[in-house]
Ligand binder design. Structure first.
Ligand code: HEM
Ligand code: HEM
Length: 179
């Protein structure tokens, strides 16, 4: 039997809030860096950081899902349609994240080079897997990023609605303060 818990555990909460910050920062840096001129001091550094953080974040997200499987999560509260909507949104956000990791990898490795993660280690590149890979993956990456940020905004508004209007434990369980 699955034990009932009221809060997300500390590690799940820490990763959730860290992920929220990383997603917002990656989105902002992504849009900013593609418009940098060759003469900007950030021209190489910003994409290097975007890719390095992105790959580390992919590892953290894989770990997050494994952790979710082995530890109990609190129940989603609200009307049946809200519970289904919330679960679909959570699933979609995980899906969008992985699609971003894959498309980001495909943009970066078309030329066969690996991705250097903060000069700590290199994730090998598979080279071009299909025609026009970097261009196509770049467009997909752009729309996925917008999709994720808009869905996360709706998700955050829903959490605030539960907190201030329904006055239930939805937001509290993500800060460890369920009643
Ligand atoms: C494995 C992880 C990731 C890698 C390797 C990666 C790689 C890249 C690369 C190479 C670009 C430049 C594309 C170009 O030159 O047109 C880019 C752009 C961008 N990335 Fe990522 N990325 C990753 C994850 C993410 C995540 C999690 C977000 C979060 C929302 C994100 C948001 C963006 C945005 C908004 C752009 C600008 C797109 C544009 O305006 O064309 N990326 N990314
Ligand atoms: C910006 C990027 C964000 C992403 C990608 C994101 C993603 C997620 C995901 C995937 C879950 C499901 C956790 C699980 O059970 O596996 C979740 C839960 C939750 N998130 Fe976010 N989130 C973000 C931002 C926020 C913000 C800004 C708030 C608050 C204003 C928030 C509040 C919550 C709450 C309260 C839950 C628990 C929902 C429940 O179990 O009923 N999130 N989030």
């Amino acid at each position: 039997m699955k034990s009932e818990v009221k809060n997300y555990n500390l590690l799940a909460r820490a990763i959730h809030w860290l992920s929220a910050l990383v997603v917002i920062a990656m989105f902002a840096v992504g849009l900013w860096m593609v418009d940098l001129s060759y003469y900007s001091e950030w021209y190489r550094t910003a994409p290097h950081w975007h890719k390095s953080v992105g790959l580390l974040f992919a590892g953290v997200t894989l770990f997050r899902l494994a952790w979710k499987i082995v530890t109990p999560s609190p129940k989603v509260e609200g009307a049946a349609y809200e519970v289904i909507g919330a679960k679909l949104a959570h699933l979609a956000m995980y899906g969008l994240l992985f699609a971003l990791f894959v498309s980001g990898y495909l943009i970066s490795t078309e030329d066969g080079r690996g991705i250097d993660v903060f000069s700590w280690f290199t994730v090998p590149g598979l080279g071009a897997l299909f025609e026009g890979q970097a261009d196509l993956a770049g467009q997909v990456h752009f729309y996925l990023a917008w999709g994720l940020i808009l869905l996360a905004a709706v998700h955050a508004l829903a959490a605030l609605k539960h907190h201030f209007i329904n006055k239930d434990n939805t937001l509290r369980k993500m800060i460890g303060a369920s009643k």
